[in-house]
Ligand binder design. Structure first.
Ligand SMILES: CC(C)[C@H](C(=O)O)[C@@H](O)C(=O)O
Ligand code: SF4
Length: 455
């Protein structure tokens, strides 16, 4: 019987079978960040265990770094300085590659790993961070682990894994204009639940996926963890190889037989199959406190748990469009790459955000994205429109203390999580595409970008 892409990567990395259907899987790349990585490195050093192969291990400062222009080494997170200094010391002592705060290649882990050519088709890559699934867009088996597993992988080069199930989500047809990879992800989670992918590796397939550029594919795979999947994965193709060619850590060519074998065979069987007609999708926006509580932007809020309505301050039956917002955020490993910024800037060009917006931030996913955006003048478009232009990092994708939105704010955000308190105590987050964020910031209320594009 044919094998799925996942099966092939699993087989190529299976070092030994263990009990209960689990296996020892060889780990090709490990990526750490200062929020959870230092703990793993420090614990290894304390136990006198060296990193087995430092050339395969990378670390970056992204989660709690200051993103204000002109930043130094400081973090605004109360008590957070130790994460930065300890990560730096431990990374240097272990001899691994570190992208430090002021490095020109610094950025959010899942943005810089592809930019640097560290993730490659067919590799296994782990990081103590749930959105490691983003990197499955390159046809890698990339997933989030815990700090102690990271320690294990660094010390031994393998991890013990129960074999996950396989699921294929096929998006048929073509996406309508103004509808993006973010909307595909939110539509999937809204229809099949935030737990819908549990225990599975989800392969995204179909015409609408093939037509996404690499940045769109990363946005889609990024949300696999919000679907409770172990990870997402997309079969690599010419776009994948072209994206990676010439990147610092990528091989000189992708013509070895292994690369072209990285497909799901036509007769491969998946444990579960889901099909979604992409041509029927609309821009999506979350109305509640789980990514599954998301609706088309022209729809009305459904009845949800009373606690959710209470926190979010919106009633069932209300249209979501027209809801007044106080703040806007463009950034995160979901939607902070050059194409995201370009699409938002195209809507904002020559316009200004509504006076009711108290804080509007654009936080590029990496310093390389920031430089590329500046070379095109996008920073000027954003600042003229009333957005603050920042250095790269996770920023207000998650609240670490120190910097936040005004208490009680309602934000429209290009991030991936709308949990209670995710962006700060009492903050009500609506997640959506960068287009929806830009259109809403202009209007001061949740707004449909297709209407701005048409006007
Ligand atoms: C801090 C980190 C472990 C966490 C994660 O794993 O996802 C963060 O990146 C997040 O998005 O909540
Ligand atoms: S940008 Fe947000 S979701 Fe992504 S790694 Fe950072 S905190 Fe996590």
């Amino acid at each position: 019987m044919g094998r799925t892409l996942f099966d092939k990567i699993w087989d190529a990395h299976r070092v030994a079978e263990t009990t209960g259907g689990a296996a020892l899987i060889a780990i090709d790349r490990i990526f750490l960040h200062e929020r959870t990585g230092a703990a793993a490195l420090k614990s290894m050093a304390a136990a006198g265990r060296p990193v087995q192969d430092p050339a395969r291990v990378f670390a970056v400062m992204d989660h709690i770094v200051d993103t204000r222009l002109g930043r130094g080494d400081q973090t605004l997170m109360p008590g957070g300085q130790a994460f930065i200094t300890e990560t730096r010391e431990a990374a240097l002592a272990a001899g691994i590659t570190l992208f430090d705060v002021t490095d020109r290649d610094q950025g959010i882990v899942h943005v810089i790993s592809p930019e640097q050519g560290i993730v490659l088709p067919g590799v296994t890559l782990v990081a103590p961070d749930s959105h490691t699934c983003t990197q499955g867009a390159f046809g890698a088996l990339a997933w989030g682990i815990g700090s102690s597993e990271a320690e294990h992988a660094m010390a031994t080069g393998v991890l013990r894994l129960a074999r996950p199930g396989t699921m294929r989500v096929t998006f048929t047809g073509a996406l309508p204009s103004g509808v993006t990879a973010k909307d595909m992800a939110l539509a999937l989670i809204a229809r099949h639940g935030a737990g819908g992918g549990a225990g599975h590796v989800v392969e995204f397939a179909g015409e609408a996926v093939r037509c996404l550029d690499m940045e769109g594919r990363m946005t889609l795979c990024n949300m696999a963890t919000e679907f409770a999947a172990m990870t997402g994965i997309i079969v690599p193709d010419a776009a994948t190889f072209a994206y990676l060619a010439g990147r610092p850590y990528a091989p000189a060519s992708f013509d070895a037989p292994y690369w072209s074998s990285l497909v799901s065979d036509p007769d491969a069987r998946f444990d579960r199959e889901i099909e979604i007609d992409a041509s029927g999708l609309a821009p999506m926006v979350s109305w509640g406190t789980s990514p599954e509580q998301a609706i088309a932007i022209d729809a009305r809020i459904p009845q949800g748990p009373p606690r959710v309505h209470e926190y979010i301050g919106l009633n069932a039956g209300q249209p979501i469009a027209g809801t007044p917002i106080d703040a806007a955020f463009i950034g995160s490993c979901t939607n902070s790459r050059l194409s995201d910024l370009r699409r938002a800037a195209a809507l904002l060009k020559g316009k200004h955000i509504a006076p009711s917006i108290k804080k509007a931030l654009v936080v590029p996913g990496s310093m390389a994205v920031k430089r590329a955006a500046e070379a095109e003048g996008l920073d000027q478009v954003f600042t003229a429109a009333g957005f603050e232009w920042r250095n790269s990092g996770c920023s207000l994708c998650f609240y670490a203390g120190g910097e936040g939105f005004e208490p009680g704010s309602r934000t429209i955000s290009s991030t991936n999580r709308n949990f209670e308190g995710r962006q700060g105590p009492g903050i009500r987050t609506h997640i959506a595409s960068p287009e929806v964020v830009a259109a809403s910031a202009l209007a001061g209320v949740i707004a449909d970008p297709r209407k701005v594009l048409a006007s």
